[in-house]
Design a protein around this ligand. Structure first.
Ligand code: ZN
Length: 691
């Protein structure tokens, strides 16, 4: 008996040691992710964060990223531990050994990929290797390094030593979680409910308002605006009972500042949502269109299918009664729901690690069509909200649809409609090259991408027009509708997609179709208008006083008081200041000024973009040269000087440094307080065709 026990004891001890070794091996990949990959990736993007966060705010941002990665690390640990346990139970030593090797290989590959990627990011800041596609070679090298490290006794010891440092670094990262309760103010501002102003409850004649923004919809690609391909038959039908504005400029060239301009009535140089994960100034948010509508008794709802276009993420969530945003398949890190609980999650989502994890998940689950951003995922909850909500108070619904944003491949039957070739038919192959990188693509490839983009426009047109019909049928004729975009999309000048300093027509000319309550007949307006004119128009329809801080003018066709658009106010401005600090003076970027037929693109400061050509101010006659092929800056010095003076005068007013607090919540104290909100009676006098 005692002999058997003696034999058993070492066997049990061996088992225990093996189980502990297995657990440690299973923890290694997660530890590398949390303790090596996250800090290195964070450091490699730190300069970007500092454009819109104070150094102190890096702490909660890191904490938010840490939490998300910790969830992934835990899942990875559980997966690896289960695998090793199952293999261990099989009693086949060879199989178990192979399993341990794979798990260690994953840990080593994670480390190698991180080191390689972050070195590459650093090298690219010197302008080197910017053109070489690096993802596949990088992944292969990391795999190879992982395999080499996983085998061999001595290398395994090195890996385990690295694991200890990773555990220490992950533990230090966990300490940043303590900061989260101290940084809830932004979340509080975004979430606290706003009570309607007393006495503003029942004013039934005020119209319901539906705002439909379509991401990256370029007016030159919309057939309502004369595009050669029949891209928007649905919107054309809608426009037959609405006012179509022919010359509309987005105030910027990417999502966050564009959406912010629509909702705040201010241009980016004022609202200062200058980066993708940034948000408008506090004072700007308090005087925004949703804030005013809410205070006057409107019920507000929104659905956004671009993770960066949600009202919560730009700090306007508190003004909405209903939000079903991020109705996209999969869970983006910067999701509306997660952001509601974790402040600084959207800034954290800018750590490239998240994008790389998404790429890896994409490889594991390749999607063959573009259903991820299906417009129906937004439209269904939006219509449900309209149908289920009390009608004694007027409604404001904002829907933001993601297509035709890249990747361009639309699902069937739209895919192949304008280009029958087999090229660029999946999300992966129809992703464009951004900013000045498109100049590297062969012309045939650019033509195919443009055709796929047009197919995607046709795809969104189908659902957008169906949604508009259903919304009007639900709400009745006392409904105002606006259809527009946050910005356009570029396939010209070697300039792809959007963002960056490019402010060419394709990327800043957007559609704007306004259907007034009861309007039956179509009308076209030829004056030059801007995104910031949308908020004053809707405010006037809702019978609200327009705050003096707003930069646009109402577009309603009436001769109302003081602020109506007239012949002296014909200039429009578009801008990109993404390489400036949110509260600092605006010294680097691009501003376009458009007056009548003339458009000046003015470049400021030292711009840093890969492969960017030499940029000097450009002047175009956009009436005779809509593709901006002939720069008239030398031929028309007087026009150029006039427009430059116009830009300089505006920059004098808006481009200065703002007083900032210990967080990057600039106080924006130059803004006048929002005016007292009073409902001004039955609303504007509308033209004769309005029923
Ligand atoms: Zn966008």
């Amino acid at each position: 008996m005692s002999r058997t026990a003696e034999e058993l004891e070492p066997a049990t001890a061996r088992e225990n040691v093996r189980a502990a070794t297995d657990l440690y091996a299973a923890a290694l990949p997660g530890l590398m992710l949390l303790g090596v990959a996250l800090p290195l990736y964070f450091l490699s993007t730190i300069d970007q964060f500092l454009l819109y966060l104070s150094p102190l705010e890096l702490v909660p941002t890191y904490a938010a990223a840490w939490l998300v990665i910790a969830v992934l690390a835990l899942a990875l640990f559980l997966g690896c531990a289960t695998l090793l346990r199952l293999l261990s139970a099989s009693r086949l030593r060879l199989v178990h050994g192979a399993g341990t090797l794979v798990v260690r290989g994953i840990a080593a590959s994670t480390c190698a990929a991180t080191a390689l990627y972050c070195t590459l990011v650093w090298v690219r800041t010197f302008g080197l290797l910017t053109t070489t596609p690096m993802i596949s070679p990088l992944a292969l090298t990391a795999l190879l390094a992982g395999t080499v490290f996983a085998v061999g006794e001595r290398r395994q010891r090195t890996l385990h030593r690295l694991g200890k440092y990773a555990a220490l670094s992950a533990g230090l990262g966990a300490v940043t979680l303590v900061s989260l309760p101290f940084f809830v103010h932004w979340r509080t501002t975004a979430q606290a409910p706003v009570a309607p102003a007393p006495g503003a409850m029942v004013v039934p004649e005020r119209p319901n308002i539906v705002l439909l923004t379509i991401d990256a919809l370029s007016a030159p690609h919309v057939s309502v605006y004369g595009a050669a391909r029949p891209t928007t038959p649905g919107l054309a039908e809608f426009a037959r009972g609405a006012i179509t504005f022919d010359h509309v400029y987005a105030n910027t060239n990417f999502t966050t500042p564009g959406v912010a301009s629509i909702l705040t009535g201010m241009r980016p140089w004022s609202h200062r949502a200058l980066q993708l994960a940034s948000w408008p100034l506090d004072a700007t948010r308090d005087a925004s269109l949703p804030a005013l509508l809410k205070q006057s008794g409107y019920q507000l709802g929104y659905v956004a299918t671009n993770p960066h276009a949600g009202a919560r993420k730009i700090g306007l969530g508190r003004y909405f009664n209903f939000a079903a945003s991020d109705r996209i398949e999969g869970i983006p890190v910067c999701s509306d729901r997660l952001a509601a609980y974790l402040p600084y999650l959207c800034p954290a989502s800018q750590v490239h690690l998240f994008a790389d994890i998404a790429v890896i998940l994409g490889w594991l689950h390749p999607s063959h069509d573009n259903r991820e951003f299906d417009p129906q995922l937004a439209i269904r909850p939006a219509l449900e909200w309209l149908r289920g909500t009390d009608r004694t108070r007027p409604l404001f619904l904002w829907v933001h649809l993601f297509p035709p944003h890249s990747p361009y491949a639309a699902p069937s039957p739209w895919l192949g409609m304008f280009d029958a070739s087999s090229a660029a038919r999946t999300p992966a192959t129809s992703e464009t090259r951004w900013i000045y990188l498109l100049q590297q693509a062969p012309p045939a490839r650019v033509r195919t991408l443009a055709a796929r983009y047009d197919e995607s426009v046709r795809y969104v047109d189908h659902y957008a027009s169906a949604f508009l019909k259903a919304a009007i049928a639900t709400l009745g004729s006392n409904t105002a509708v606006v259809v527009t975009a946050d910005h356009g999309e570029s396939f010209e000048h070697g300039y792809g997609a959007h963002t960056g300093p490019g402010l060419y027509e394709e990327v800043i000319r957007i559609p704007l179709i306004l259907k007034l309550p009861g309007q039956l007949h179509g009308e076209r307006r030829g004056d030059t208008v801007e995104q910031v004119d949308i908020a004053p128009t809707l405010a006037e329809l809702a019978g609200l006083k327009v705050p003096v801080s707003w930069e646009g003018d109402s577009l309603l066709p009436h001769s109302g008081p003081a602020r109506s658009r007239d012949e002296f106010h014909t200039s429009a401005f578009s801008m990109n200041f993404e390489e400036n600090s949110r509260c600092g003076a605006l010294s680097t970027g691009a501003v376009a000024a458009i007056e009548g037929r003339w458009k000046l693109i003015h470049y400021m400061g030292a711009l840093h973009y890969p492969l960017m050509p030499q940029l000097r101010d450009e002047l175009y006659d956009v009436q005779t040269d809509p593709h901006e092929l002939i720069n008239r800056i030398r031929a028309e010095p007087l026009v150029a000087r006039h427009l430059r003076e116009l830009v300089e005068a505006e920059l004098q007013r808006y481009a200065r440094r703002l007083p900032s607090t210990w967080t990057r919540s600039c106080t924006g104290d130059e803004l006048p307080p929002p005016s007292v909100l009073t409902h001004q009676g039955p609303g504007p006098r509308l033209p004769a065709f309005i029923g």
